[in-house]
Design a binder for this molecule. Structure first.
Ligand SMILES: Cc1ncc(COP(=O)(O)O)c(C=O)c1O
Length: 392
């Protein structure tokens, strides 16, 4: 008898792509839509990175390469980890992957059995839930509170540990809230993981995107240097505006990384070498485009958050990092789904309902500030007008 596997029935994917389909359908009817739904930087990949890829292609870097990643690229990751995180992982602790998203699945599938539990932030990045369920495991959510600026409270996390917990996932700076956990909070999470002898997956894809001056980014990996339990997720999509390149890097205990590498070998063989060589340029080359993009994001954040706070029934905590604002819309009397539909239909503003990120996202919506300042101001004006008309 034919049937879909339990894994296939459990896989959910990413709800933002469903919203994109809906928005594109409207655009085909001639509607003009202002986009705030996808975490897709509206900058082009810096030219030096593109040039490095073209050069590599012309130089014949078009063949299979090691499933773990090109040695020279992993050496550069070693050096940059020393600078950014204060420790130098061994080469065997580093795995190059086709994007950061893949690392979530690789880690969960290598560390968690069906029926076992993974602790995830709620609201949190939807791939965590999808990958965990796809593996037959159980996501256990830790609520993030607006009153705590959405920073994960280690005491809330501690309460959710059971004999079945195998993995904790944290994400600072966070998608969808932009929250940046304090070093003390992160250290406490690392202590909890050690105390219970469980793995800790630290999603650090927004590590380079912390605002307001000195970088307050902090990693739990300083405790074990990714030798015992910490696995770092990193990727090039966001800070380098390289979403379409599909390039990520995992750092973790050798025995875990080796198994994750075999899964990469099984499903994609390797990451294209010309992409990895572009990754070397991204890390080692001119960084001025990054600073410019970060400055632009910070400016947009300030305008967007001030604008949202001027809309009746909406209030928004100031995010300290990443690319997202996560305003509370409960004062409008709408659910998050209703607000997202309303914003799209009445104001032509595409954003995502907070419940796409877990049940604790219900009173919120997510806007990604990857649009121009002019469009942010336009969107705020349209939302405000639509709400005022609705309130009449
Ligand atoms: C928290 C988080 N982790 C991982 C990813 C995946 O990034 P990519 O697969 O593009 O490298 C994203 C993308 O939005 C994200 O927000």
């Amino acid at each position: 008898m034919k049937h879909l596997s339990i894994a296939a029935l459990n896989v959910e994917g990413q709800p933002m792509f469903k919203m994109l389909d809906k928005v594109q359908k409207l655009e085909r009817t001639g509607r003009e839509i202002l986009h705030f739904e996808l975490g897709e930087p509206n900058f082009d990949t810096p030219a030096n990175i593109v040039d490095a890829a073209c050069h590599a292609l012309k130089n014949g870097e078009t063949h299979y390469t090691s499933s773990m990643g090109i040695y020279a690229f992993r050496e550069v990751v070693q050096q940059t980890t020393q600078i950014s995180r204060g420790f130098k992982p061994e080469i065997e602790q580093i795995l190059v992957t086709p994007g950061a998203n893949a690392i979530i699945y690789l880690a969960v599938s290598c560390l968690v059995n069906p029926g076992e539990e993974v602790i995830v932030p709620d609201p949190g990045f939807p791939t965590y839930y999808s990958a965990i369920r796809y593996c037959g495991a159980i996501p256990v959510s830790v609520p993030l509170h607006e009153s705590n600026q959405f920073r994960l409270n280690p005491d809330d996390l501690r309460k959710r540990i059971t004999s079945k917990t195998r993995l904790i996932i944290i994400n600072s700076p966070s998608n969808p809230t932009g929250a940046v956990m304090t070093p003390e909070e992160i250290d406490e999470v690392a202590r909890i993981a050690k105390e219970h002898d469980i793995y800790l997956l630290s999603d650090e894809i927004y590590a380079r995107m912390v605002f307001d001056g000195e970088n307050r980014f902090h990693t739990p990996a300083i405790f074990d240097q990714c030798k015992e339990r910490t696995i770092i997720i990193n990727g090039f999509s966001k800070a380098f505006a390289m979403t379409g390149w599909r390039l990520g890097v995992a750092i973790g205990p050798k025995e875990v990384i080796e198994k994750m590498g075999l899964v990469v070998q099984t499903i994609v063989s390797c990451v294209p070498p010309f992409i990895q060589l572009a990754g070397i340029e991204a890390i080692k080359g001119d960084q001025s485009a990054l600073t410019e993009m970060l400055d632009a994001y910070q400016q947009r954040r300030d305008v967007l958050v001030a604008g949202l706070n001027s809309i009746p029934g909406v209030k928004c905590v100031k995010p300290e990092g990443a690319l997202y604002a996560f305003p509370n819309i409960s004062g409008t009397g709408m659910t998050s789904e209703e607000f997202a539909d309303f914003a799209l239909e009445k104001a032509g503003v595409a954003l995502l309902p907070g419940n796409n990120f877990g049940e604790h996202g219900e009173d919120f919506v997510r806007l990604c500030y990857v649009n121009t300042l002019e469009n942010i101001e336009l969107a705020i004006g349209k939302l405000k007008q639509a709400i005022q008309e609705r309130n009449k």
